[in-house]
Design a protein around this ligand. Structure first.
Ligand code: FES
Length: 148
């Protein structure tokens, strides 16, 4: 992450202390964590102490100081369950077991409802919703290992 990228995020909110959380959210969302050099830059640009930035960065669970794995989220709520979510979940787990790359980059989570029951069964990959999932449509929805 370059200082320029951090500056662009800061400038989109204005260099006011009240923008700290919004700025940290954008950095977290862009880089899946809050790199130390970015936090130093934020402190410098907002003219606040680094400890103040760290105290906000460590207070909220949604922030992380180390890179988080990306997420495949599978809904096992009632609507999804009756439409085959357990089989989808089992197949995703099977594919994760078979792929070291998937395991190193992603984690699988299950939830009770994603608020999109009309699209059941639903999974979310990198924040993108995929509805009416079938075993076959997993090929399109799941992340693909980059070719070398
Ligand atoms: S039960 Fe799966 S989205 Fe609501």
């Amino acid at each position: 992450m370059s200082a320029r990228e951090v500056d662009e995020i800061i400038e989109s909110y204005g260099s006011s202390k009240s923008s700290l959380i919004a700025i940290l959210q954008d950095i977290q969302s862009e880089y899946r964590h809050l790199p130390e050099d970015a936090l130093r830059r934020v402190a410098q640009r907002l003219n606040i102490s680094l400890s103040e930035v760290y105290s906000t960065a460590t207070f909220f669970q949604s922030f992380s100081l180390t890179p988080k794995k990306r997420e495949v989220c599978v809904c096992l709520g009632t609507a999804c369950h009756v439409r085959g979510a357990p089989k989808i979940f089992a197949e995703i787990e099977r594919r994760f077991e078979a792929s070291e790359w998937l395991r190193s980059e992603y984690q699988v989570e299950s939830v009770n409802c994603l608020g999109a029951c009309a699209l059941a069964p639903v999974i979310v990959v990198d924040g993108k919703y995929h509805g009416r999932m079938t075993i076959n449509s997993l090929d399109d929805a799941l992340p693909k290992e980059p070719s070398e």
